[in-house]
Write a protein that binds this ligand. Structure first.
Ligand code: MGP
Ligand code: SAH
Length: 217
């Protein structure tokens, strides 16, 4: 199923993209990654769960500087390699790859944090409703940690995510000095709902802040 969709994941797939088993079902399709990157255009962005680079590569085209974190060193090797396929070089890149546990990223400074954690494998869709606290690390803790860095957070989640859990995230955001509201975006490819992305802080359309408020040339 995923191999059949390989050019949807990476249009340059045939130029040497490398993925491991987890990445095949986790990578963000390129069109969606491009769209999210445009919405997150900023100075410094942290991709806290960078995997093999589906999002990071697109962020590198819209942000001045990208900090890409993953706890799995193999994922970082693949993300770096895949970024070379998309035009980066060892000498000339705006991506810094960091092998670390993202639940400890609170001392970073950034304009935007992007979160695309593991959802527990492709079986997430077997439940009618996906609950954020079933993720490992716990999806609420991940969000609380990101709020220590910035209120401007984009959170990539399953299409069957609990609506009351989304409301809980808004409450957590408000309690930690962030926005009380978030924007829920449904991401479709060819009329098929694939994923949702939540935008908090200045990233949300309804929070009345233009992107320029956090864009740092
Ligand atoms: P999917 O539901 O496994 O595939 O994932 P699809 O093509 O919708 O399957 P269908 O049979 O229902 O048509 C859809 C998308 O969700 C994937 O392309 C990934 O971008 C994303 N995704 C899936 N999983 C299991 C994860 C995950 O664990 N973490 C993250 N960050 N993204 C995931
Ligand atoms: N958005 C990525 C896919 C992310 S998949 C893409 O488009 O390519 C989720 C990633 O989170 C996996 O690579 C996994 O190794 C990583 N991960 C899981 N727990 C983590 C943690 N505590 N800290 C950092 N990375 C973690």
């Amino acid at each position: 199923k995923y191999y059949y969709q390989r050019y949807r994941l990476f249009s340059r797939f045939d130029e040497g993209i490398i993925l491991d088993e987890e990445s095949w079902f986790s990578v963000t399709p390129e069109l969606i990654a491009q769209h999210i990157a445009e919405r997150c255009r900023c100075g410094t962005l942290v991709d806290a769960f960078c995997g093999s680079g589906g999002n990071v590569i697109q962020f590198s085209f819209t942000c001045n500087y990208v900090i890409a974190i993953d706890m799995d060193p193999l994922k970082l090797m693949m993300a770096k390699h895949n970024s070379l396929v998309y035009g980066h070089t060892e000498q000339n890149t705006n991506i810094e790859f960091i092998n670390s546990d993202s639940t400890r990223l609170s001392n970073l400074k950034a304009d935007v944090v992007f979160l695309s954690p593991p959802w527990g494998g492709p079986s997430y869709i077997n439940s009618q409703i996906f609950y954020i606290d079933t993720m490992v690390p716990n999806g609420f803790d991940i969000f609380r940690n990101a709020l220590k860095v910035t209120p401007n957070i984009a959170y990539f989640l399953p299409r069957n995510t609990s609506k009351s859990d989304i409301a809980k995230l808004c409450l957590i955001s408000k309690e930690n000095g962030g926005s009380e509201e978030c924007e829920v975006e449904e991401n479709y490819i060819n009329d098929k709902l694939k994923t949702i992305t939540l935008y908090f802080g200045a990233l949300a359309n309804n929070n009345n802040n233009s992107n320029n408020d956090y864009y740092d040339e």
